[in-house]
Design a protein around this ligand. Sequence first.
Ligand SMILES: [Zn+2]
Length: 89
Amino acid sequence: MQNLKPCPFCGSDPIYIEGHSDFVECPGCHATGPNPFIVGGMNRVVEAWNLRAESNPLATSIPMPQNRDQAEKMLLVGQRWLDDNGGAS
Ligand SMILES: [Zn+2]
């Protein structure tokens, strides 16, 4: 089995739980997941747990705001884009 990456929320070493439906649980913050029925089977649970946002090019192409001022400006830009493009669809 592939090694489990540390919990993305608290950094603790997670535990693989076998049962009727296998999943991963973090003993530090009690985060659990993923649901094998959503990720395509129990053989994909570890692979799905190990997915991280930094491996998704779409996630890293959007900069995170560094403070409240930047966050508010990004919200305004996003709202303007929605207004110009006919709202969320
Ligand atoms: Zn955790």
